[in-house]
Design a protein around this ligand. Structure first.
Ligand SMILES: *Cc1c(COP(=O)(O)O)cnc(C)c1O
Length: 450
């Protein structure tokens, strides 16, 4: 039987891993996973890990979920894939009907891509193209938020603002307007989340007021900037943004790729602001984390601006080979069925309350600047100096020390810099949450010793 070291040796001689300095693996072992079950991952040496980050935020219902497995098996016996141009199939229709019914009112059309970044490209191209079709050729630019993340393909990277991923490629990227983030980590002492988010909106408003003639759309991650360190803000920002976008005739693009499907406490984060965006991108948890798929929802008003005789060349001629893959759609339908039938949005309330209690003691830790939480995302931010919030030098990679400690203690807690976060599958138990909190506590103590 294979062992971790055997698979690792084979892997490292042929693979190039995502988001990884491969040289790190001279010290840090790669962990080959043999099987998954519920929140657990098991490696080839028999070690087990609670998947506290839902395998990069995708797996909301556990690994090898019997009901999703069954749905994919059933679909596999009928149709594995078919071209979606000129052809259709039942799972893609059923899923699209379902998404239209579940998303905020006014999102009535579904375009499919096969991963999050591609879906973001779709929203940007559609928004730009809409204004072209409407006779507004000067509208060519996008507004983004500081510290935002929208994926790694070039246009998605251009509308993002995480320097670590972006700065090298700067010469290749389109120019955007960047408004300061409403991220409430930066609020003044005594200032509320709402007041800070309102204050940060003033700059956004100024950009829109001055440049709306040349702006297609504003793209945001509603409520939580996940890749930017699980930074969070108040829903009032989205409400103000919706009003301003209406006023200045600019699209509001909501990237709910990470926060959709119950992660923030509501099925979609936009619900907490009571808004409907012009475009909503959904991926990651959409298929329960089983298969790549992205759904871009938009309005019939936008759809109608492309609907014309072929010769006008107004059509949206964008495609991906695996657009609307039937297996992915079947996994997505099963995921939505389970969220609904098992009442998971309701049940998550108790779980997120439990997370909050389990993390309460971190607030007084001498090297923790903030414990923050929105629904089923909780984050602990380590700093060198608690009072001034002076961060640890990124080169010290203290978050990685927490990660390594966690791996030895049955937990996968992959950090974002100095932020340790918890974004578990919704099937996690209170006892498992307690275990994660204890392991993180020990890990943060170790990581902040010197
Ligand atoms: C992950 C993510 C993306 C990119 O999705 P991929 O499928 O990884 O390309 C885009 N936006 C947000 C907010 C994300 O978290």
């Amino acid at each position: 039987m294979s062992s971790n070291s055997e698979i690792m040796a084979r892997d490292l001689s042929v693979l190039w891993h995502p988001c990884t300095q491969m040289k790190d693996h001279e010290q840090l072992p790669l962990i080959p996973i043999r099987r998954g079950s519920g929140v657990w991952l098991e490696d080839f040496d028999g070690n087990r890990y609670i998947d506290a980050i839902s395998s990069w935020w995708v797996n909301i219902l556990g690994h090898c979920n019997p009901r999703i497995n069954q749905a994919v098996h059933d679909q596999l016996d009928k149709l594995e894939h078919v071209i979606l141009a000129g052809f259709s199939h039942e799972p893609v229709v059923a899923l699209s009907e379902r998404l239209v019914a579940l998303t905020p009112p006014g999102l009535d059309r579904v375009f499919l891509a096969d991963n999050g970044s591609s879906g973001i490209e779709v929203t940007l191209k559609m928004s730009f193209h809409y204004w072209q079709n409407k006779g507004r050729p000067k509208k060519q630019r996008f507004v983004t938020l500081g510290n935002s993340y929208h994926g790694e393909t070039l246009a998605a990277l251009a509308v993002g603002d995480v320097a670590l991923y972006k700065s090298t490629y700067k010469p290749l990227l389109m120019d955007v307007f960047t408004a300061p983030s409403p991220d409430c980590y930066h609020r003044e002492a005594g200032e509320s989340w709402e007041d800070f988010s309102r204050r940060q909106f003033l700059e956004m408003k100024k950009i829109l007021a001055e440049h709306h003639e040349e702006i297609c759309g504003v793209i945001v991650e509603p409520l939580v900037q996940c890749a930017g360190g699980m930074r969070m803000y108040h829903p009032v920002y989205l409400k103000l943004l919706r009003e301003a976008c209406d006023k200045y005739q600019v699209h509001l693009i909501a990237d709910e790729i990470a926060v959709g499907f119950g992660r923030t406490g509501t099925l979609f984060a936009c619900e907490q602001a009571g808004i409907t965006p012009d475009f909503m991108a959904l991926s990651k948890a959409l298929t329960g984390g089983y298969l790549p798929l992205c759904a871009v929802l938009t309005s019939n008003e936008i759809y109608d601006a492309f609907y014309d005789d072929y010769q006008t060349l107004r059509a949206f001629l964008h495609s991906h080979s695996f657009t609307g893959n039937p297996l992915a759609c079947a996994a997505a339908i099963a995921t939505l069925d389970i969220i609904e039938s098992d009442n998971l949005i309701e049940k998550n309330r108790a779980l997120s309350t439990h997370m909050a209690q389990a993390l309460e003691r971190f607030k007084d830790h001498p090297h923790v600047a903030e414990v923050r939480q929105t629904g089923m995302i909780a984050a602990v931010e380590m700093v060198r100096d608690k009072a001034s919030r002076e961060p640890y030098d990124w080169r010290e990679r203290r978050g990685m020390r927490v990660y390594e400690h966690a791996l030895k203690n049955q937990a996968l807690l992959r950090p974002l810099g100095n932020v340790t976060y918890f974004m578990p599958p919704y099937i996690i138990t209170p006892e498992q949450i307690d275990h994660l909190a204890e392991v993180a506590w020990q890990g943060i103590n170790l990581a902040t010793q010197d």
